[in-house]
Design a protein around this ligand. Structure first.
Ligand code: AP5
Length: 214
């Protein structure tokens, strides 16, 4: 099954995509993680992307479409994939449709993570991410066993640069203005599914499996 995860910053897309990957073997393709790896490695892409990410703006469509095409070509068809954070604009959605047509693949569900603004602020304020592999924690809701250290690989946890209050505000505006209109694109194609993403990680996961019919 091939999925797209939509939702505002902090909606829980990355957390749930990683769970589906662990438990159901689907392949998570997170454009945010790919960009952060490039920034960390200071590649040409990373240097270019950083200026947009630090301001909470979107990286240009042509760059993002190229990245996703490369990843999709490397992904085994049998497992299914989860596009986490892509497409984020109508131009990206149209480019994806064209690309999937060429690869003879399709999207089965576009899941819309619905969360209140109050919850988003609490989730983003406490998020910590592991340096080595991007494992996601929260200081209050899903803390690591040892503060500041990843349970899974022992690497240090850090706070994302774009989780500062002024950047969070801008990311939310960008989501409303540029990404919410893309939901209509998938509604008209009959694959849209709303997900109540409030509650604990396991409560949301149970609802997600139900929405997907797993
Ligand atoms: P990206 O990394 O995709 O960020 P985002 O969409 O803003 O989403 P987040 O990663 O902030 O949130 P999430 O929904 O994954 O939440 P998470 O699971 O971590 O993009 C970053 C930037 O890259 C963009 O601003 C842009 O510049 C660029 N970019 C990326 N893709 C692009 C594209 N296609 N085009 C152009 N530019 C692009 O959860 C958040 C916190 O809450 C965590 O601490 C977690 O532990 C906690 N949590 C999660 N679920 C629960 C729960 N149920 N209960 C309690 N706590 C929870």
């Amino acid at each position: 099954m091939n999925l797209i995860f939509f939702g505002p910053p902090g909606g829980g897309k990355g957390t749930q995509a990683r769970l589906l990957q662990q438990r159901r073997g689907m392949v998570q393709i997170s454009t945010g993680d790919i960009l952060r790896d490039a920034v960390e490695a200071a590649t040409e892409l990373g240097v270019r992307a950083r200026s947009y990410m630090d301001r909470g703006e979107l990286v240009p469509d042509a760059v993002m479409v190229g990245i996703v095409e490369e990843r999709l070509r490397l992904t085994d068809d049998a497992a299914g994939f989860i596009l986490d954070g892509f497409p984020r604009t109508l131009a990206q959605a149209e480019a994806l449709e064209e690309l999937l047509g060429r690869l003879r693949r399709r999207i089965h569900r576009a899941v819309d993570f619905q969360v209140s603004a109050e919850t988003l602020v609490r989730r983003l304020g406490g998020r910590r991410v592991c340096q080595a592999a991007g494992h996601i924690y929260h200081v209050e809701f899903t803390p690591p066993r040892r503060p500041g250290v990843c349970d899974l690989d022992g690497s240090p946890l850090y706070q994302r640069e774009d989780d500062r209050p002024e950047t969070i505000r801008r990311r939310m505006e960008v989501y409303r203005a540029q990404t919410e209109p893309v939901l209509e694109f998938y509604r008209t194609r009959g694959v849209y599914a709303a997900l109540d993403a409030e509650g604990t990680v396991e409560e949301v996961y149970a609802r997600l499996e139900a929405v997907l019919g797993l």
